[in-house]
Design a protein around this ligand. Structure first.
Ligand code: SF4
Length: 78
């Protein structure tokens, strides 16, 4: 399981999450940040500081947000 960054991050790129992640698993993509699901330890620290509420636990994603989890996996598979 992992936390996932969704649509509100797009072009917002606030980056508060990057500073608080204890395992440094958040990286900047072209238009949003991504969480590496293979490294995330589900601590929730990033969710607590996101100013645009873009971060959700994988199991709490709405169906229309599911593609953001796929995008994250794809981003880190490169
Ligand atoms: Fe990092 Fe914790 Fe957020 Fe996972 S839940 S991305 S480990 S801050």
């Amino acid at each position: 399981m992992a936390f996932v960054i969704t649509a509100p991050c797009k072009d917002e790129l606030a980056a508060e999450c990057v500073d608080v992640c204890p395992v440094d698993c958040i990286e900047k993509g072209e238009d949003q940040y991504y969480i590496d699901p293979a490294i995330c330890i589900d601590c929730g620290a990033c969710q607590a500081v996101c100013p645009v509420e873009a971060i959700y636990y994988e199991e709490d994603l709405r169906p229309d947000e599911q593609p953001y989890f796929e995008k994250a996996k794809e981003f880190f598979s490169k």
